[in-house]
Design a protein around this ligand. Structure first.
Ligand SMILES: *Cc1c(COP(=O)(O)O)cnc(C)c1O
Length: 361
Protein backbone atom coordinates (compact mmCIF):
# COMPACT_ATOMS: atom_id res chain seq x y z
CA UNK A 1 0.00 0.00 0.00
CA UNK A 2 1.58 3.26 -1.06
CA UNK A 3 -0.39 6.34 -0.11
CA UNK A 4 0.79 8.76 -2.74
CA UNK A 5 -0.30 12.29 -1.93
CA UNK A 6 -1.43 14.61 -4.71
CA UNK A 7 1.58 16.48 -6.11
CA UNK A 8 0.33 19.76 -4.70
CA UNK A 9 -0.13 18.34 -1.21
CA UNK A 10 1.62 20.82 1.12
CA UNK A 11 3.12 18.36 3.60
CA UNK A 12 3.91 14.72 2.70
CA UNK A 13 4.73 13.37 6.19
CA UNK A 14 8.19 13.02 7.72
CA UNK A 15 9.48 10.10 5.63
CA UNK A 16 8.97 11.80 2.28
CA UNK A 17 10.02 15.23 3.58
CA UNK A 18 13.29 13.96 5.06
CA UNK A 19 13.88 10.86 2.89
CA UNK A 20 17.54 11.87 2.30
CA UNK A 21 18.23 11.34 6.00
CA UNK A 22 16.23 8.13 6.48
CA UNK A 23 16.78 4.44 5.63
CA UNK A 24 14.21 4.34 2.78
CA UNK A 25 14.31 3.87 -0.98
CA UNK A 26 12.06 4.92 -3.86
CA UNK A 27 10.15 1.64 -3.55
CA UNK A 28 9.65 1.67 0.25
CA UNK A 29 5.89 1.34 0.92
CA UNK A 30 5.43 4.49 3.01
CA UNK A 31 2.73 4.28 5.69
CA UNK A 32 1.91 7.81 6.78
CA UNK A 33 -0.83 9.80 8.49
CA UNK A 34 1.00 12.98 7.38
CA UNK A 35 2.67 13.32 10.78
CA UNK A 36 5.23 16.01 11.55
CA UNK A 37 5.28 19.69 10.53
CA UNK A 38 4.10 20.55 14.05
CA UNK A 39 4.09 24.19 15.14
CA UNK A 40 6.99 25.77 17.02
CA UNK A 41 4.95 28.01 19.29
CA UNK A 42 6.60 31.03 20.97
CA UNK A 43 5.90 31.11 24.72
CA UNK A 44 6.75 34.64 25.96
CA UNK A 45 4.03 34.61 28.64
CA UNK A 46 5.50 31.52 30.28
CA UNK A 47 9.01 32.99 30.18
CA UNK A 48 7.75 36.22 31.80
CA UNK A 49 5.93 34.22 34.48
CA UNK A 50 9.12 32.38 35.45
CA UNK A 51 11.28 35.50 35.42
CA UNK A 52 13.41 34.65 32.37
CA UNK A 53 14.86 36.96 29.72
CA UNK A 54 15.20 34.62 26.76
CA UNK A 55 13.22 33.33 23.82
CA UNK A 56 11.30 30.08 24.31
CA UNK A 57 9.69 28.06 21.52
CA UNK A 58 7.62 24.96 22.21
CA UNK A 59 7.64 22.15 19.65
CA UNK A 60 3.98 21.25 20.02
CA UNK A 61 4.06 17.54 19.17
CA UNK A 62 0.52 17.21 20.49
CA UNK A 63 -0.62 18.11 16.97
CA UNK A 64 0.60 14.87 15.42
CA UNK A 65 -2.12 12.51 14.13
CA UNK A 66 -2.40 10.52 17.37
CA UNK A 67 -1.49 13.57 19.47
CA UNK A 68 2.05 12.64 20.49
CA UNK A 69 5.56 12.64 18.97
CA UNK A 70 5.45 8.83 18.82
CA UNK A 71 3.96 9.13 15.31
CA UNK A 72 7.32 10.24 13.87
CA UNK A 73 8.96 6.98 14.86
CA UNK A 74 5.91 4.87 14.16
CA UNK A 75 5.56 5.94 10.52
CA UNK A 76 9.11 4.54 10.08
CA UNK A 77 8.58 1.40 12.17
CA UNK A 78 5.34 0.37 10.46
CA UNK A 79 6.70 1.28 7.01
CA UNK A 80 9.77 -0.93 7.55
CA UNK A 81 7.65 -3.73 9.04
CA UNK A 82 5.50 -3.68 5.92
CA UNK A 83 8.56 -3.56 3.66
CA UNK A 84 9.95 -6.66 5.39
CA UNK A 85 6.64 -8.48 4.95
CA UNK A 86 5.63 -8.57 8.63
CA UNK A 87 2.02 -9.45 9.36
CA UNK A 88 1.85 -8.36 13.00
CA UNK A 89 3.53 -5.84 15.29
CA UNK A 90 3.80 -5.65 19.08
CA UNK A 91 4.83 -2.99 21.57
CA UNK A 92 5.04 -2.28 25.28
CA UNK A 93 3.77 1.14 26.15
CA UNK A 94 3.04 3.70 28.83
CA UNK A 95 0.21 4.65 26.44
CA UNK A 96 1.33 6.81 23.55
CA UNK A 97 3.41 4.20 21.74
CA UNK A 98 0.41 1.88 21.78
CA UNK A 99 -1.90 4.59 20.45
CA UNK A 100 0.49 5.34 17.64
CA UNK A 101 1.30 1.71 16.81
CA UNK A 102 -2.40 0.84 16.73
CA UNK A 103 -3.20 3.73 14.37
CA UNK A 104 -0.36 3.11 11.90
CA UNK A 105 -0.94 -0.66 11.96
CA UNK A 106 -4.61 -0.08 11.17
CA UNK A 107 -3.59 2.12 8.24
CA UNK A 108 -1.16 -0.52 6.96
CA UNK A 109 -3.56 -3.44 7.48
CA UNK A 110 -1.26 -5.13 10.03
CA UNK A 111 -2.33 -6.86 13.21
CA UNK A 112 -1.24 -4.97 16.32
CA UNK A 113 -0.75 -6.17 19.90
CA UNK A 114 -0.07 -3.72 22.74
CA UNK A 115 1.08 -4.49 26.29
CA UNK A 116 0.15 -1.91 28.92
CA UNK A 117 0.80 -1.67 32.67
CA UNK A 118 -2.61 -2.31 34.24
CA UNK A 119 -4.29 0.77 35.72
CA UNK A 120 -1.46 3.16 34.82
CA UNK A 121 -2.58 4.29 31.39
CA UNK A 122 -4.08 7.73 30.84
CA UNK A 123 -7.69 7.39 29.71
CA UNK A 124 -7.34 8.97 26.27
CA UNK A 125 -4.46 6.68 25.31
CA UNK A 126 -6.39 3.56 26.25
CA UNK A 127 -9.36 4.83 24.24
CA UNK A 128 -7.09 5.23 21.21
CA UNK A 129 -5.62 1.70 21.34
CA UNK A 130 -9.09 0.19 21.66
CA UNK A 131 -10.63 2.34 18.92
CA UNK A 132 -7.86 1.58 16.40
CA UNK A 133 -8.56 -2.09 17.04
CA UNK A 134 -5.31 -3.22 18.66
CA UNK A 135 -5.35 -6.40 20.72
CA UNK A 136 -4.81 -4.76 24.10
CA UNK A 137 -3.23 -6.71 26.96
CA UNK A 138 -3.03 -5.18 30.45
CA UNK A 139 -0.26 -6.83 32.43
CA UNK A 140 0.00 -6.90 36.22
CA UNK A 141 3.36 -5.16 36.17
CA UNK A 142 5.00 -1.93 35.02
CA UNK A 143 6.35 -0.71 31.68
CA UNK A 144 9.74 -2.34 32.24
CA UNK A 145 8.04 -5.74 32.71
CA UNK A 146 6.01 -5.17 29.55
CA UNK A 147 9.13 -4.29 27.53
CA UNK A 148 10.94 -7.41 28.75
CA UNK A 149 8.04 -9.58 27.56
CA UNK A 150 7.91 -7.78 24.21
CA UNK A 151 11.65 -8.34 23.67
CA UNK A 152 11.11 -12.07 24.34
CA UNK A 153 8.14 -12.21 21.93
CA UNK A 154 10.28 -10.45 19.29
CA UNK A 155 12.95 -13.15 19.58
CA UNK A 156 10.47 -15.71 18.27
CA UNK A 157 10.68 -13.92 14.90
CA UNK A 158 6.91 -14.21 14.50
CA UNK A 159 6.04 -10.64 15.41
CA UNK A 160 7.82 -7.33 14.80
CA UNK A 161 8.70 -5.17 17.83
CA UNK A 162 7.92 -1.46 17.30
CA UNK A 163 9.27 -0.12 20.58
CA UNK A 164 12.19 2.29 20.41
CA UNK A 165 14.55 -0.70 20.78
CA UNK A 166 13.64 -0.96 17.08
CA UNK A 167 16.32 1.38 15.66
CA UNK A 168 14.11 2.86 12.92
CA UNK A 169 11.87 4.46 15.56
CA UNK A 170 14.79 6.70 16.57
CA UNK A 171 15.44 7.48 12.90
CA UNK A 172 11.90 8.77 12.45
CA UNK A 173 11.91 10.73 15.69
CA UNK A 174 15.07 12.66 14.80
CA UNK A 175 13.03 14.58 12.17
CA UNK A 176 11.67 16.81 14.95
CA UNK A 177 15.18 18.26 15.40
CA UNK A 178 15.35 18.89 11.64
CA UNK A 179 12.04 20.75 11.75
CA UNK A 180 13.23 22.94 14.64
CA UNK A 181 16.38 23.91 12.72
CA UNK A 182 14.39 24.49 9.53
CA UNK A 183 11.97 26.77 11.39
CA UNK A 184 14.59 28.77 13.31
CA UNK A 185 17.24 28.84 10.57
CA UNK A 186 19.73 27.21 12.97
CA UNK A 187 19.81 25.05 16.10
CA UNK A 188 18.74 26.64 19.41
CA UNK A 189 21.16 27.23 22.32
CA UNK A 190 19.33 24.82 24.62
CA UNK A 191 16.82 22.06 24.00
CA UNK A 192 14.67 20.83 26.89
CA UNK A 193 12.65 17.59 26.81
CA UNK A 194 11.24 14.86 29.08
CA UNK A 195 13.16 11.59 29.43
CA UNK A 196 11.41 8.26 29.95
CA UNK A 197 12.76 5.39 27.90
CA UNK A 198 15.25 7.96 26.51
CA UNK A 199 14.60 7.23 22.83
CA UNK A 200 13.57 10.78 22.07
CA UNK A 201 16.59 12.54 23.56
CA UNK A 202 18.76 10.06 21.65
CA UNK A 203 16.82 10.85 18.47
CA UNK A 204 17.00 14.64 18.85
CA UNK A 205 20.74 14.55 19.46
CA UNK A 206 21.19 12.43 16.34
CA UNK A 207 18.99 14.84 14.38
CA UNK A 208 20.84 17.97 15.51
CA UNK A 209 24.18 16.25 14.84
CA UNK A 210 23.22 15.09 11.34
CA UNK A 211 21.98 18.59 10.45
CA UNK A 212 25.29 20.08 11.63
CA UNK A 213 27.25 17.55 9.56
CA UNK A 214 25.07 18.20 6.52
CA UNK A 215 25.73 21.96 6.77
CA UNK A 216 22.06 22.67 7.50
CA UNK A 217 22.83 24.09 10.96
CA UNK A 218 25.93 25.81 12.35
CA UNK A 219 25.60 24.68 15.96
CA UNK A 220 24.03 22.07 18.23
CA UNK A 221 22.08 22.81 21.40
CA UNK A 222 22.86 21.80 24.94
CA UNK A 223 20.51 18.88 25.59
CA UNK A 224 18.62 19.22 28.86
CA UNK A 225 16.71 16.00 29.68
CA UNK A 226 14.28 15.76 32.61
CA UNK A 227 13.11 12.71 34.51
CA UNK A 228 10.45 12.58 37.24
CA UNK A 229 12.03 12.26 40.69
CA UNK A 230 10.16 9.00 41.38
CA UNK A 231 11.35 7.53 38.08
CA UNK A 232 14.86 8.92 37.66
CA UNK A 233 17.19 5.97 37.00
CA UNK A 234 19.61 7.93 34.82
CA UNK A 235 19.96 10.67 37.42
CA UNK A 236 20.44 8.12 40.21
CA UNK A 237 22.79 5.97 38.16
CA UNK A 238 20.87 2.73 38.71
CA UNK A 239 17.52 1.19 37.63
CA UNK A 240 14.45 2.01 39.73
CA UNK A 241 12.43 -1.10 40.49
CA UNK A 242 9.11 0.60 41.30
CA UNK A 243 9.00 3.87 39.37
CA UNK A 244 6.19 6.24 40.40
CA UNK A 245 5.11 9.59 38.98
CA UNK A 246 1.98 11.46 37.96
CA UNK A 247 3.66 11.80 34.54
CA UNK A 248 2.76 8.28 33.41
CA UNK A 249 4.45 8.69 30.01
CA UNK A 250 7.85 8.79 31.75
CA UNK A 251 7.12 6.27 34.50
CA UNK A 252 10.06 4.06 33.49
CA UNK A 253 12.67 2.51 35.77
CA UNK A 254 15.15 1.02 33.30
CA UNK A 255 15.34 3.06 30.06
CA UNK A 256 16.21 1.17 26.87
CA UNK A 257 18.21 4.12 25.47
CA UNK A 258 20.03 4.92 28.72
CA UNK A 259 23.41 5.23 26.99
CA UNK A 260 21.97 7.44 24.26
CA UNK A 261 20.73 9.90 26.87
CA UNK A 262 24.11 10.01 28.63
CA UNK A 263 25.89 10.57 25.32
CA UNK A 264 23.51 13.39 24.33
CA UNK A 265 24.00 15.13 27.66
CA UNK A 266 27.79 14.76 27.80
CA UNK A 267 28.59 15.52 24.14
CA UNK A 268 26.33 18.59 24.16
CA UNK A 269 27.42 20.01 27.51
CA UNK A 270 23.89 19.43 28.79
CA UNK A 271 22.50 17.35 31.63
CA UNK A 272 19.93 14.77 32.71
CA UNK A 273 18.20 15.90 35.89
CA UNK A 274 14.96 15.36 37.77
CA UNK A 275 11.94 17.33 39.01
CA UNK A 276 9.32 16.37 41.58
CA UNK A 277 5.68 15.65 40.77
CA UNK A 278 4.79 18.85 42.61
CA UNK A 279 7.06 20.88 40.31
CA UNK A 280 5.65 19.03 37.28
CA UNK A 281 2.04 19.83 38.18
CA UNK A 282 2.88 23.47 38.88
CA UNK A 283 4.47 23.88 35.44
CA UNK A 284 1.62 21.90 33.82
CA UNK A 285 -0.95 24.40 35.10
CA UNK A 286 1.24 27.45 34.55
CA UNK A 287 1.71 26.63 30.84
CA UNK A 288 -2.02 26.19 30.28
CA UNK A 289 -2.79 29.49 32.01
CA UNK A 290 -0.02 31.64 30.56
CA UNK A 291 -0.02 30.32 26.99
CA UNK A 292 -3.27 28.48 26.36
CA UNK A 293 -1.38 25.27 25.63
CA UNK A 294 -2.59 22.10 27.28
CA UNK A 295 -0.01 19.34 27.40
CA UNK A 296 0.17 16.05 29.23
CA UNK A 297 2.00 15.99 32.56
CA UNK A 298 5.22 14.46 31.12
CA UNK A 299 5.72 17.60 29.00
CA UNK A 300 5.71 19.70 32.13
CA UNK A 301 8.88 17.95 33.37
CA UNK A 302 11.17 19.98 31.07
CA UNK A 303 9.17 23.12 31.86
CA UNK A 304 9.68 22.51 35.57
CA UNK A 305 13.32 21.91 34.71
CA UNK A 306 13.44 25.24 32.91
CA UNK A 307 12.15 26.94 36.06
CA UNK A 308 14.98 25.26 38.02
CA UNK A 309 17.56 26.32 35.43
CA UNK A 310 16.34 29.94 35.43
CA UNK A 311 16.53 30.05 39.24
CA UNK A 312 20.07 28.68 39.08
CA UNK A 313 21.04 31.40 36.59
CA UNK A 314 21.92 28.84 33.94
CA UNK A 315 20.04 30.39 31.01
CA UNK A 316 21.90 33.53 29.84
CA UNK A 317 19.76 36.52 28.82
CA UNK A 318 18.92 36.45 25.13
CA UNK A 319 19.31 32.67 24.78
CA UNK A 320 17.25 30.75 22.24
CA UNK A 321 15.57 27.86 24.03
CA UNK A 322 13.33 25.15 22.59
CA UNK A 323 11.37 22.45 24.43
CA UNK A 324 9.43 19.46 23.18
CA UNK A 325 5.82 19.25 24.28
CA UNK A 326 5.57 15.54 23.63
CA UNK A 327 1.85 14.81 24.01
CA UNK A 328 -1.58 16.42 24.22
CA UNK A 329 -3.21 17.40 27.50
CA UNK A 330 -6.48 15.77 26.46
CA UNK A 331 -4.76 12.38 26.64
CA UNK A 332 -5.03 12.54 30.42
CA UNK A 333 -8.30 14.29 31.32
CA UNK A 334 -8.38 12.75 34.81
CA UNK A 335 -5.20 14.53 35.85
CA UNK A 336 -6.35 17.79 34.25
CA UNK A 337 -9.63 17.80 36.12
CA UNK A 338 -7.96 16.82 39.40
CA UNK A 339 -5.24 19.47 39.11
CA UNK A 340 -7.27 22.38 37.69
CA UNK A 341 -8.13 23.49 41.21
CA UNK A 342 -11.82 24.25 40.77
CA UNK A 343 -15.02 22.79 39.36
CA UNK A 344 -17.81 24.20 37.22
CA UNK A 345 -20.18 26.50 39.10
CA UNK A 346 -23.76 25.18 38.98
CA UNK A 347 -26.56 27.78 38.90
CA UNK A 348 -30.18 28.16 37.93
CA UNK A 349 -30.71 28.87 34.23
CA UNK A 350 -31.30 32.61 34.62
CA UNK A 351 -29.27 35.69 33.81
CA UNK A 352 -29.50 36.85 37.41
CA UNK A 353 -28.19 33.57 38.82
CA UNK A 354 -25.25 33.47 36.38
CA UNK A 355 -24.46 37.16 36.95
CA UNK A 356 -24.41 36.60 40.68
CA UNK A 357 -22.28 33.46 40.37
CA UNK A 358 -19.62 35.25 38.32
CA UNK A 359 -19.64 38.38 40.49
CA UNK A 360 -21.38 40.74 38.07
CA UNK A 361 -24.20 41.73 40.39
C1 LIG B 1 7.04 8.47 25.18
C2 LIG B 1 6.82 9.77 25.83
C3 LIG B 1 7.82 10.45 26.54
C4 LIG B 1 9.17 9.85 26.79
O1 LIG B 1 9.94 9.70 25.64
P1 LIG B 1 11.17 8.67 25.65
O2 LIG B 1 11.60 8.60 24.25
O3 LIG B 1 10.61 7.39 26.17
O4 LIG B 1 12.18 9.23 26.59
C5 LIG B 1 7.55 11.69 27.06
N1 LIG B 1 6.34 12.26 26.92
C6 LIG B 1 5.35 11.64 26.25
C7 LIG B 1 4.04 12.33 26.15
C8 LIG B 1 5.55 10.39 25.68
O5 LIG B 1 4.55 9.81 25.03
Amino acid sequence: MNLVPKPAYPWPGVIRRYADFLPVTATTPVVTLLEGNTPLVPAPGFVRAIGGKFELYLKYEALNPTCSFKDRGMTMAITKALERGAKAVVCASTGNTSASAAAYAARAGLKCVVLLPEGKIALGKLAQALMYGATTVSIRGNFDDALRIVRELGETGLIEVVNSINPVRIEGQKTAAFEICDALGDAPDFHFLPVGNAGNITAYWRGFSEYLNAGKADTRPRMMGWQAAGAAPIVLGHPVEHPETVATAIRIGNPASWQGALTAASESGGAIRSVTDEEILHAYKLLARTEGLMVEPACAAPLAGLIQAVRAGEIPDGSLVTATMTGHGLKDPDTAIRVAGFEPIVTDATREAVASAIGLS
